[in-house]
Design a protein around this ligand. Structure first.
Ligand SMILES: Cc1cc2nc3c(=O)[nH]c(=O)nc-3n(C[C@H](O)[C@H](O)[C@H](O)COP(=O)(O)O)c2cc1C
Length: 198
């Protein structure tokens, strides 16, 4: 049982947490303002607290992050694709990767990196920063060319899987509210299709 004090702290923490989760939006317009390494390291510290597959040891902690500020590299990552042009305007891009040699039997690289990325994005929101998850094209055959450009630009060795690019900066836009599917439409009880809680 929590003491009254712990409970009060708990509920404050809960409301801040939920506020942050609901406040986070993809930001595609950034102020011309630098983000310090100190701030970025706080975000990466949040990222490395995410769950990972395997025992609680250093071994399976497969995350690797590349902090990109160089304008030529940011431009190359946009690879002249109009939809990705906005990434050149973010002062920082963080390439989020997995080292596939950490555990040769492990395959869930993308989910492990994605969980860390969500931590990073929520921590950024809590610090007044904006982020956007930018795809690295996963395993799509149709996007092999783009994937190759990204890998070559970042000089990635073969054992490093590139999962996502996260743009980072101080927001210069307020996205319009987004529609959300009704919760009750996504929820089933005990098995698929049972819509009533017994
Ligand atoms: C797997 C994944 C890939 C995404 N890829 C891109 C992308 O390449 N470019 C982009 O602008 N946004 C991308 N997004 C961001 C989504 O467009 C965005 O999260 C979604 O529209 C919901 O909006 P919100 O983030 O503001 O809540 C991606 C998000 C996810 C989860």
């Amino acid at each position: 049982m929590l003491s009254a004090k712990e409970n009060k702290q708990g509920s404050t923490c809960e409301s801040i947490m939920l506020e942050c989760i609901k406040k986070r939006r993809s930001i595609r317009k950034y102020k011309n303002e630098e983000v310090s390494n100190e701030v970025i390291f706080k975000l990466l510290d949040a990222a490395r607290h995410a769950p990972f597959g395997g025992p609680c040891e250093i071994g399976p902690q497969l995350w690797e992050f590349i902090i990109i500020r160089n304008p030529t590299i940011r431009k190359a990552l946009a690879h002249e694709n109009k939809e990705r042009e906005f990434i050149t305007t973010a002062p920082v891009i963080i390439a989020c990767c997995a080292d596939t040699t950490k555990d040769p039997k492990y395959r869930d690289y993308d989910i492990t990196v994605a969980l860390a990325v969500e931590n990073l994005m929520l921590a950024a929101t809590s610090m007044g920063l904006g982020t956007c998850y930018v795809t690295c094209y996963g395993n799509h055959i149709a996007h092999e060319g783009e994937r190759k450009i990204l890998r070559e630009t970042l000089k990635l060795p073969a054992h490093i899987r590139l999962v996502s690019l996260i743009t980072l900066g101080y927001p210069d836009e307020v996205p319009t509210p987004k529609p959300l599917r009704e919760l009750e439409n996504m929820v089933h009880y005990d098995h698929w299709g049972r819509k009533k809680c017994q």
